[in-house]
Design a protein around this ligand. Sequence first.
Ligand code: FA5
Ligand code: MG
Length: 440
Amino acid sequence: SESRPLPPVQTPESLNILGNTYKTDEWTNATPTILSLTDRKLHKQPNHPLGILRNLIETKFEGMGYTYYNDFEPVVSTHENFDILGFPEDHPGRSKTDTYYINQSTLLRTHTSAHEAECFKTCKTPGYFITADVYRRDAIDRTHYPAFHQIEGARTWSRNEHGNNIVEVIRADLEALPKPNIVVENPSPVFHVDNPKQDNMSEVETELIAAHLKRTIEILVEDIFNRAKEVAIAAGSTDPDLHAPLKARWIEAYFPWTSPSWEIEVWWKGEWLEMCGCGIVKQNVLQNAGITDRIGWAFGIGLERTAMLLFGIPDIRLFWSQDERFLNQFEAGKINNFKPYSKYPGTVRDVAFWLPHVEKDGDLLHENDLTEMVRSIAGDLVENVSLHDEFVHPKTGKKSQCYRINYQSMDRSLTNSEINEYQDQVRQQLSEKYNVELLP
Ligand code: FA5
Ligand code: MG
């Protein structure tokens, strides 16, 4: 049941997704495999690690003026996902190699920020959290999967309501927040020409909103990582970092709809882990949502990587498992270490070919296209796809590539003949769809 039938090479005229019908066009690239994930709603399962983590975060901010949205459907307009947030026309995130399009004006959201404008418009409290599944065409490996989950947080203050007192109100809100016990390197990188404050906000307002944003994220990070430390210690880890205060750092970032913008990284098991992007919401984004009197912040945090370290889950694909041996290990409100139930060896296969001659480099077979094709053939049995080798013929200028595919199942051993069949289909589709010249 893990493997899926070959997708139709022809795109159907329309797609039915979550009860709605959409016309397809030359932009359509969402596959049946990816569309089959849209109704899982893992973040809403109380006994699933992602549901448990969402609940833990929501509980942490209970009573602090946030509304929680968990029911936004994943099909959104290109306008909501990109235009309204000020993504430039040529932003790479818009390309068909990175994003799953239903048709030219409709797509699977690539981030929870797609709902910011709507929430700013309708939310009755000063802040909100949105939790949802998001989709990106990406490499597959232990920590990347084409579907994952994010929590968006946002908080604003009204000039109309607070008038000249707005600075005092934000300062009081900041001082009311608990002070987390974290060692923060570079706690307040200042804004400057490349990461500027906005014209309609004073320096003091910008500094205070930034401090409120960072404090809020640090509270979250402290809570999550202290739990992760307890779990790691209970599991017998002797890493001395586990007994020292948590370390984090702020670095500058860029997002089209925030300025200034930052990312937080947390020191975990010997490396800096990217946790979340954030910034001060740009005025035009709020104005597009009909909000003219508010200023404030937004952040977006990925759930899977956090859940992997909290629950000791070794592979991101496990979150989508329907195997009882996975699902039965978790319980609402509890964080415990995942116990692997079995390990089956993987099988590595290569596929090599000459690429056809093309006018522009952009017409070449893209790594994401190949990954996607392999995934639509062998489903979650594909552990990893990577470009292994590339060669340009010195005389003809022709390019050959070798891709390495690792097939592996979490719950059974795969037979050689089964893998041969997948490999045959991969080769067949490569030559039919991409006109490559296969090497033996
Ligand atoms: C965003 O998606 C922005 N929407 C975040 C944001 C919100 C910024 C509001 C400003 C204001 P980014 O692409 O960096 O940014 O993703 C945010 C987080 O999602 C990352 O820090 C990471 O934790 C997680 N993430 C990103 N890509 C993946 C992936 N392929 N698999 C798992 N988690 C991912
Ligand atoms: Mg990022």
